[in-house]
Ligand binder design. Structure first.
Ligand code: ZN
Length: 176
């Protein structure tokens, strides 16, 4: 019986992981076809007391330009923004869930395209993900003109998609 239970858990985790990979690649695909200034694409998976987050955001909305920083002023601006954004404290989880940031990165994607994205990725370990009934995104005021975050998510309550804005920066999972 416990053997069966273990294999079911493994299957479920594999499913969630492949779903996360699928969500990420579809977000990547969308971004490759339409790097749209003002719009970021994000994926979120909450499962097994863990949160996995990934987001592509145009460099224009991170630093205000998309070329490599080549003046001391641009370099200082990039360093300041990465210091603001890398800790991912703009993603606010309910304190009852007791989530601790495990790892995070916020960096420009490699390559020399005329349109550059920054990739935000982070994961948290939580004491109780069942307490995560909503997400609050305090990101917009930290950016240079980010208008929308288009989010695809999978949580224990189900999966869905949402568009977050400065005025509507909270998403309730309980409603879904
Ligand atoms: Zn661009």
């Amino acid at each position: 019986m416990s053997q069966l239970f273990a294999s079911e858990v493994t299957l479920s985790m594999k499913f969630k992981i492949s779903l996360f990979a699928m969500l990420c690649s579809s977000a990547l695909l969308a971004q490759q076809h339409a790097h749209q200034h003002g719009i970021a694409n994000a994926t979120l998976v909450i499962d097994q007391q863990q949160i996995e987050w990934q987001m592509d955001i145009p460099a224009d909305q991170v630093v205000g330009f998309e070329h490599a920083p080549n003046t001391p002023q641009e370099q200082a601006q990039q360093a300041a923004q990465l210091q603001n954004l890398q800790p991912h404290s703009w993603l606010v989880w309910p304190s009852a869930a007791n989530c601790q940031l495990k790892n995070a990165s916020f960096a420009p994607e490699p390559g020399d395209s005329a349109h550059v994205d920054y990739v935000s990725s982070a994961s948290w370990q939580c004491a109780d993900v069942s307490q995560i009934k909503q997400l609050q995104l305090d990101l917009f005021a930290l950016t240079t003109g980010l208008e929308q975050v288009q989010l695809q998510y999978v949580t224990p309550q189900g999966q869905g998609a949402a568009t977050l804005t400065m005025d509507q920066n909270q998403l309730s999972f309980a409603d879904n």
